[in-house]
Design a protein around this ligand. Structure first.
Ligand SMILES: Nc1ncnc2c1ncn2[C@@H]1O[C@H](COP(=O)(O)OP(=O)(O)OP(=O)(O)O)[C@@H](O)[C@H]1O
Length: 197
């Protein structure tokens, strides 16, 4: 995969694969292209060259099949300002035929139950991060893409995250994530993809 912004070559022919039940971690210093890579994988940005295949089939955001196999949390600014926490999760769950995990269970696991009726702009930054992660779990997924999921999680939240990623692996989900957290990486990484630097 390649991606340049004008003269700046950010991704220069990077290629890798992730097997079901594996966690692949993209590693690199600030500005090395981790987010760009993840954005190209999920179709939020368009690579200049290359393709992303899941089980031999090309991922394409416009394809309903892609939406039924791919769940991603890249940032947490992409919420409807006038839908509450629980309404966000219910909307996603319904849109995916209820084939993800039950909304109430995800709310409880992510510690969002007390904030269920709040609108996104009123959430703390950690709660917004948790909502972005929760949005993945109410969806069906065979590939989970996360950009620095440890960001803004407290100590208990980080311990939970490592455990949750182990469960994703056990369920056979392939996980592709960027992280700057050595403890989390040591706990879950099967494949390390180094870029930049
Ligand atoms: N839309 C854009 N237009 C121009 N340059 C961009 C754009 N998006 C990213 N870049 C540049 O591409 C490079 C890689 O950015 P990216 O966000 O992918 O890095 P990163 O590895 O995720 O960094 P961090 O660890 O800080 O999150 C940076 O130099 C950034 O300034």
């Amino acid at each position: 995969m390649t991606r340049s912004f004008g003269e700046l070559v950010v991704l220069d022919g990077i290629s890798f694969s992730v097997a079901p039940g594996q966690v692949a971690v993209v590693l690199g210093p600030n500005g090395s292209g981790k987010t760009t890579l993840l954005r190209c994988v999920v179709g939020a940005d368009r690579a200049d060259g290359g393709e992303v295949l899941l089980e031999g089939r090309r991922l394409d955001e416009a394809d309903p099949w892609t939406r039924s196999v791919l769940a991603a949390a890249l940032d947490d600014i992409d919420f409807f300002p006038d839908l509450s926490v629980v309404e966000h999760l219910e909307l996603l769950a319904v849109a995916h035929g209820g084939t993800g995990e039950p909304v109430e269970e995800v709310l409880a696991e992510l510690g969002l139950a007390p904030a269920r009726d709040q609108l996104p702009p009123t959430l703390s930054s950690g709660q917004r991060r948790r909502l972005a992660l929760a949005s993945c779990f109410v969806r069906p997924r065979r590939l989970l893409v996360l950009d620095e999921p440890e960001q803004r999680l407290d100590v208990r939240g980080r311990a939970w995250l490592a455990d949750r990623l182990r469960r994703e692996k056990a369920a056979g989900t392939a996980v592709l994530m960027a992280s700057h957290d050595p403890e989390l990486i040591d706990a879950v990484a099967d494949v390390r993809i180094g870029i930049g630097g």
